[in-house]
Design a protein around this ligand. Structure first.
Ligand SMILES: C[S@@+](CC[C@H](N)C(=O)[O-])C[C@H]1O[C@@H](n2cnc3c(N)ncnc32)[C@H](O)[C@@H]1O
Length: 305
């Protein structure tokens, strides 16, 4: 699974991952964290922002999302999920202007908490010194932010006290110094009530990896926790995405409500934004409950507060 994030920032894989992350953080904020901050662990954090000029996949990802929502009739804007409105309002350039940078996951979570006036305790790890330096420079003034220029371990306090974890390795295997078993060890070291989002690329011609990842999802099960489940998001192969033709979004220990909210938001994107030449197909993997709420899924960072 080869993957270099600097050239992939803001692509469809990032949109799927960041949409899911925003839902989980927003839901966690709605659920309340007592009087303390929300504790977010970003295990492969990447830089605070990536230059858009280096990322050929951005126009087909975040760029496509922003253009599609900009065409939405003004009167219908209220029907756009709040998470997406927040994301586009916060980061997309004004109409017809070019993207200059695309935010990394730690920046998105820090901004979402700041905009929600929610205190944050964010711990980020990245083995690349320039990524860690970028995070320290952008977020380090916030006393709740800790950045480690190294790999996370299951013993790290940022892991063992997390409320929400994001594990999105650039790849799995010796080249990346990360195995699926290492990710599982980190996920299992989090408190039982922590929600974990694990992102893995689906690469063309790597069906073996794909099958291994699916078997691995089952191995994350713990009878005392909500079941591990995943969404496979696939898109038509395109040169700007290299060999990546989709991604797996694995949810560990995420209760039914927020898990369904993640699936619903991605389904909304597949229905309204990533269609035609950009068409997403979404596969539910593992044990998913039916969404039986009257009137379908309600979106909302505040609607369900
Ligand atoms: C997929 S990108 C991160 C994307 C970011 N989380 C986001 O969503 O915007 C992967 C990052 O992981 C870092 N990385 C690679 N191997 C790592 C490891 N073993 N531990 C921590 N970070 C790692 C890379 O330096 C790179 O910056």
């Amino acid at each position: 699974m080869g993957y270099d994030h600097r050239t992939k920032a803001g692509n469809q894989a990032d949109v799927a991952k960041h949409a899911a992350l925003i839902v989980l953080i927003a839901r966690r904020l709605s659920a309340g964290t007592g009087s303390g901050p929300i504790r977010y662990a970003d295990v492969c954090a990447g830089p605070a922002r990536s230059p858009a000029a280096h990322s050929p996949g951005l126009p087909d990802g975040a760029g496509h999302l922003a253009s599609a929502l900009a065409l939405w009739p003004r009167l219908m804007r209220g029907s756009i999920p709040r998470e997406l409105r927040w994301f586009v309002d916060r980061y997309a350039p004004p109409r017809r202007a070019a993207w200059k940078t695309y935010p990394g996951s730690s920046t998105i979570v820090a901004d979402l908490c700041a905009d929600s006036r929610a205190p944050l305790a964010l711990t980020a790890w990245d083995i690349a010194p320039d990524a860690a330096a970028s995070l320290r420079e952008a977020l380090g003034r916030n006393p709740g932010v800790t950045v480690h220029a190294r790999a996370a371990t299951p013993a790290d306090e940022g892991v063992t006290r997390a409320d929400v974890l994001l594990l999105d390795p650039p790849g799995i295997g010796e080249r990346f110094g990360l195995r699926l078993a290492d990710l599982a060890d980190i996920a299992r070291a989090a408190p039982p009530a922590a929600w974990t989002l694990i992102w893995l690329p689906i690469l063309e011609g790597a069906e073996g990896d794909d099958a291994a990842a699916r078997a691995w999802i089952g191995s994350l099960a713990d009878p005392s926790l909500p079941p591990p489940r995943a969404l496979g998001v696939r898109w038509p192969s395109r040169p700007s995405h290299g060999k990546m033709v989709g991604c797996l979004l694995v949810l560990r220990a995420v209760p039914d409500g927020p898990a369904i909210a993640v699936r619903s938001l991605l389904s909304w994107l597949a229905r309204h934004v990533f269609t035609g030449a950009h068409a997403w197909s979404i596969e539910s993997i593992g044990s998913w409950p039916a969404d039986t709420r009257p009137g379908g899924t309600r979106f909302g960072m505040s609607a369900e507060r």
